[in-house]
Design a binder for this molecule. Sequence first.
Ligand SMILES: Nc1ncnc2c1ncn2[C@@H]1O[C@H](COP(=O)(O)OP(=O)(O)OP(=O)(O)O)[C@@H](O)[C@H]1O
Ligand SMILES: [Mg+2]
Length: 129
Amino acid sequence: MINEIFNIYNKVDHQFMIIKVTKLLRNLKIKDQDNIIIIISELSTNILKYANKGKIKLELSNKLIKIISLDDGDGIENIELALKDGFTTSKSLGMGLPAIKRLSNRMEIKTSKKGTKIIVELNLRYLSD
Ligand SMILES: Nc1ncnc2c1ncn2[C@@H]1O[C@H](COP(=O)(O)OP(=O)(O)OP(=O)(O)O)[C@@H](O)[C@H]1O
Ligand SMILES: [Mg+2]
């Protein structure tokens, strides 16, 4: 079991996490590295945009990666809407959460006016498989 926690306060923290996780996934010869990087990048970008700061936690076992995004921002007003392609409250593309949903095997969003927790799971495959 590998556990990592990244505190995300700014773009430097974001970049540091991307580099560190890229190396970790490469060393472990995990397939779908690009998709995992897209997922953590979209979650971390949302943290910075909508909550200012937060955390990304990773839990890796042999078969599964669990990615948990935590923040204590104002929360997502309407989860169903936030998961629709093109829905945004910031004149952006509105593609982050829908992309995460498509690229993962399980996605759970818990949100309130006190913050947001997003749990994403992917079954792991290895390059030699
Ligand atoms: N951590 C969060 N806290 C509060 N609101 C959030 C959070 N993450 C997403 N949202 C809300 O959900 C909406 C959809 O998020 P999503 O990532 O899909 O799109 P976006 O960030 O607006 O655009 P893109 O990711 O394509 O640049 C956001 O516009 C925002 O209103
Ligand atoms: Mg986004």
